[in-house]
Write a protein that binds this ligand. Structure first.
Ligand SMILES: *Cc1c(COP(=O)(O)O)cnc(C)c1O
Length: 223
C-alpha cells in the first residue's frame, strides 16, 4: 500500500462515521490524487480555480470537488457546475455573484459561509456579528440559485490546544445559533466544516461534520 493510501485508511478508521473527509490536494500533482482515489477517496479540496479545473480534466469524473480557498468574483463563472461545494464564501458580494452565475448557468450552487475567529492566520471570512446579522435580517431570502449548506471555519494556528478548542467552540456556537433559529426557516443548514491535519480531532469533538485534511495525507506542500 502506498503512503497516501495508508494515511487514508488510517483516517477512515479514526474519523467517526457521519463526519466526511475532504482530502486537501492543493499543490500536489494529479498522480497523488490518483493514489488516494485508488484507496477509495472521492472528495478532494482545492484552493485555486485554475489548478482545480486542470486536475478535474485529468482525473475520474466521479470525484467531488470542494473549493476551499479565497475565491475572486471574476473566477466564479468557471466553477459553476464543476464543484459540489464552495466552502469559502467570505463576503456577501461574493455570495451575490455566485447566485447570479449559478442562475445564469442553470445550476444550484451549494456553499458554506466562512467564519473568521482565528487570530492572525487569515483575513478572510465573516465575523460572528456579520454572519448573525446576515441571517437575522433574512437577506439570504433573496438568493435564487444558491443553497447555503452551513459554515466553514479555521482555528488559530497554535500549539495551544485550549485556544484551538475555544476557536472551534465559538464557530460551532454561531453555527448552532443560526441552525436552531426556527424563525429563519432555513432548510438543510447542517454542515460544519472545521479541522485540518493538526487539529481535526478537536474539531470533531466540537461538532464538525466535515474535516479538511491535506498534509497528513499527502505530505508537506511545495508552495
Ligand atoms: C490547506 C488547507 C487545509 C489543509 O491543511 P493541512 O494542515 O494540510 O491539513 C484545510 N483547509 C483549508 C481552508 C486550507 O486552505
Amino acid at each position: 500500500m502506498t503512503r497516501i493510501a495508508s494515511a487514508i485508511e488510517e483516517l477512515r478508521r479514526e474519523i467517526p462515521c457521519g463526519v466526511e473527509l475532504v482530502a486537501v490536494s492543493k499543490f500536489h500533482p494529479a498522480e497523488a490524487i490518483e493514489e488516494a482515489y485508488a484507496a477509495g477517496q472521492r472528495r478532494f479540496g482545492e484552493s485555486r480555480v485554475q489548478e482545480l479545473l486542470k486536475k478535474q480534466q485529468q482525473l475520474p469524473a466521479d470525484i467531488e470537488w470542494h473549493f476551499i480557498g479565497h475565491l475572486q468574483t471574476n473566477k466564479v463563472r468557471q466553477l459553476m457546475g464543476r464543484v459540489s461545494l464552495i466552502e469559502s464564501v467570505d463576503t456577501e458580494h461574493l455570495l451575490e455573484v455566485i447566485d447570479s452565475e449559478a442562475r445564469r448557468a442553470g445550476v444550484t450552487a451549494r456553499v458554506l459561509m466562512q467564519l473568521h475567529v482565528a487570530r492572525e492566520e487569515t483575513k478572510f471570512g465573516f465575523t460572528p456579528e456579520e454572519l448573525l446579522d446576515y441571517f437575522g435580517s433574512r437577506r439570504f431570502e433573496r438568493l435564487q440559485a444558491t443553497h447555503i449548506c452551513g459554515m466553514m471555519g479555521m482555528a488559530s494556528n497554535t500549539d495551544d490546544t485550549q485556544r484551538v478548542r475555544s476557536d472551534f467552540r465559538q464557530i460551532a456556537e454561531v453555527f448552532r445559533a443560526i441552525r436552531h433559529d426556527d424563525t429563519l426557516g432555513l432548510r438543510g443548514f447542517d454542515t460544519l466544516s472545521m479541522g485540518m491535519s493538526g487539529d481535526w480531532p478537536i474539531a470533531v469533538e466540537e461538532g464538525a461534520t466535515i474535516v479538511r485534511v491535506g498534509t497528513r495525507i499527502f505530505g508537506e506542500r511545495d508552495y
